[in-house]
Each structure stands twice: as C-alpha cells, then as structure tokens.
Design a protein around this ligand. Structure first.
Ligand SMILES: C[S@@+](CC[C@H](N)C(=O)[O-])C[C@H]1O[C@@H](n2cnc3c(N)ncnc32)[C@H](O)[C@@H]1O
Length: 289
C-alpha cells in the first residue's frame, strides 16, 4: 500500500531525473559534440538510466564526469543511446517500389550516388547494393552509408552476419521482387555468412551525425528509414532540410513506412508513394540553408 505523499515523491524524483538527464545531454553536446538534446525524451532518458545501471555508475551525474574522460565508456554510451534494429530488405515493398519506379530514372545518370543515413549495421546499404547489381547499375554506383554509432559501423564494414539472419533476408528479398536464389549473394561459414565481395567496394561506411553534421555531397536517392522516430520535430526538421539540400534535382527521399515528414505542407518534398515513405525533392528557390 502506498503511503500518502508517495505520488508526489515519485513525481519529484522523475523531475530530478529529467533535470539531471538534460544537464548530462547538454554537457555531452558542449564537450563532445554529440547532440541528443532533441531526441524524444522518454526513450532517450530510459536508455540513459539503463546505461547508468549496466555500467554500475551510481547516478547520472557520476556518468557525466566519467563519459567525458573515458573513451571506452563514451563508445558504450553511444551504443546504448542508439537503437540498431535492422534487417536486409526490411519492408520489402519499399525495395519493390524502388526497383519498379526509381531504377529506370537512376539508370539515366552516368554516376549514381545513394546516401543511406542511419545505416546501423549495414543491411540496408547492402540490400541497395544487391538491388543495383541486379539492375546492372552497381558498377557506376556509390552508396554512402553513415551512422553515429562506431560499433555498428565496424560491424557494417565487415559484411559478416549471423547465418540465421539470412532466413529473414531471403524472405524479404523474394517479397521485394528479387528473382535470383538469394544464396548467390553470400557464403555461409559455420554460423556466419559473409556477403559477396562484389558489393563491398561500392559502399563507403563512415560517421555522420544528422544532429550536427552538414551536407557532404549530392545524391540521387537518400534513405533515412526508422531514424526519425527517435527525434523531436525540431531535429527531424533539421534532417529534412539537410536531405533537401543534399538531393540532386528530382532526387528521392525514402523514410520509414511508419514515419511522416514534419514538412506536412509539402514545401520541400512531393509524395511519390506515401505508403512506402517515398518523396521527391521539390524545386524550391526560396528554401535557403
Ligand atoms: C533503428 S536503426 C535504423 C536502421 C535502418 N535505417 C533500418 O531502417 O533498418 C536507427 C539508426 O539510426 C542511427 N542514428 C540515431 N541518431 C542518429 C544521428 N543523429 N545521426 C545519424 N544516425 C543516427 C542509430 O545509430 C541507428 O543505427
């Protein structure tokens, strides 16, 4: 049975956690440049508390001092803050639509540049590489795949995945309209699979932070799926403008099928297929950096 006053005590302790967490994220941004200030509060603070517990840190304030001084702890913190769930040909209909509606246009460019933002452990980037290879376009394509999580990027570069992930990958690939036996795209060894060496030279994995970094090239297709769900609207707006600036004329932006643009009035993008999260860059002379 709860004693009178318990409710206000727990409300007070929640408020203290919020204040400590805000101070923590402010410091991490000021001193290290990692900006989580505009991530959705509830899941961000829950992850921070879990990180504090798992690393036997007494409090958020203690974690703050240690993360600033200890590079390994910082790396563990960044991994704890990011959700890395992904799979090859995730949401197969999206890849089906890309094959059907975008590949013919991509084929008209002498060099094709794709940016996969928030690539996690790389599955989405390799899926695009397979799709482009099967469309005869991989030789003239480069896929720039970026994330803030160094551990995920390391895994992505290795192109090695657990063998059982290939079951879902095969199912998704087929549902996306893939026609070959998917096993042609990897070699199995014990409980691991390594993806075809044909793919890797066309993908560049590197760190890029959507909260703080800027334009680094011009792309025909940008995929940023299942990343906005962790952002507050202000941060998502920043990323949307960054993508608009980074797209070539008539370039396409792919967002998650359960996500929506904050640009509801359609000043930056026109829907190509809203259900599959595909939008085309609008030519808009009045939009400025
Ligand atoms: C759920 S995964 C999505 C992976 C893949 N795009 C997909 O849809 O399967 C979200 C990824 O976004 C990355 N991320 C989170 N905040 C980011 C930021 N500010 N800049 C770049 N990537 C970020 C995380 O590290 C994580 O790998």
């Amino acid at each position: 049975m709860s004693a009178p006053g318990d409710d206000s005590e727990s409300a007070q302790s929640l408020e203290l956690t919020r204040i400590e967490a805000d101070a923590f994220f402010y410091t991490v941004f000021e001193y290290l440049g990692y900006d989580f200030r505009d991530y959705s509060d509830a899941s961000r603070n829950r992850r921070l508390l879990r990180f504090v517990q798992r690393n036997s840190l007494g409090s958020i304030s203690e974690a703050q001092g240690k993360v600033l001084r200890d590079a390994d702890l910082l790396s563990a913190f960044l991994s704890a803050m990011t959700v890395n769930v992904t799979e090859m040909f995730r949401d197969p209909q999206v890849f089906g639509k890309i094959r059907e509606a975008l590949v013919p246009r991509l084929g008209t460019y002498p060099r094709i540049r794709v940016w996969v933002a928030g690539c996690s452990t790389g599955e989405e980037a390799y899926s695009m590489a397979i799709l482009l290879a099967e469309s005869g376009l991989l030789e003239r394509s480069t896929i720039y795949a970026t994330d803030i999580d160094a551990e995920s990027l390391r895994a992505a570069k290795s192109a090695i995945y657990p063998a059982d992930a290939m079951i879902t990958a095969t199912r998704n690939y087929q549902a996306s309209g893939g026609m070959r036996p998917f096993s042609e795209w990897y070699v199995a060894k014990y409980d691991r699979c390594i993806l075809s060496p044909e793919l890797r030279p066309h993908i560049e994995f590197f760190s890029h932070n959507l909260a703080t970094d800027n334009v680094f090239g011009e792309f025909h297709l940008i995929m940023c799926r299942n990343v906005f769900i962790y952002f507050e609207d202000s941060l998502q707006r920043r990323a949307e403008l960054l993508f608009w600036q980074s797209l070539a004329n008539f370039g396409t932006l792919a967002i998650g099928t359960r996500e929506a643009l904050t640009d509801a009035g359609g000043t930056l993008f026109t829907p190509l297929d809203r259900k599959q999260g595909l939008y085309v860059k609008k030519q808009n002379d009045h939009v400025r950096a």
